[in-house]
Design a protein around this ligand. Sequence first.
Ligand SMILES: [Zn+2]
Length: 128
Amino acid sequence: MRRVRREGTEPELVVRRLLHRMGYRFRLHAKELPGCPDVVLRPRRAAIFVHGCFWHGHQCRWERPVKSNAAYWAAKIERNQKRDAASIQALRESGWRTLVVWECELKAPEAVQAELRVFLGPPGRPSP
Ligand SMILES: [Zn+2]
């Protein structure tokens, strides 16, 4: 199985599968929204980002320090973090609720599932 780099990365697929199984309807990669959220549930005004721990600078044990070009990667990750924060702020300011699911959290999918359920409310079609 091949890995696709930009979209449909593995952690994102796990989240999509969870949501689907839980009965939610959603859209992917909302390019018109700040930060292009990975998953969007428009009637709920809910945007979900699935972040890789390394690229988005998560402070967790998954984060592996790089040996070569450390300054380069640090700057790149810092840029990502700033962009993430700006996107989330812009979304909130226009009335969206946001949730970030970290790659490392998906080691316990039941916990992520519970988190999604709380964030999104009961599945099924909310009245428009
Ligand atoms: Zn992490």
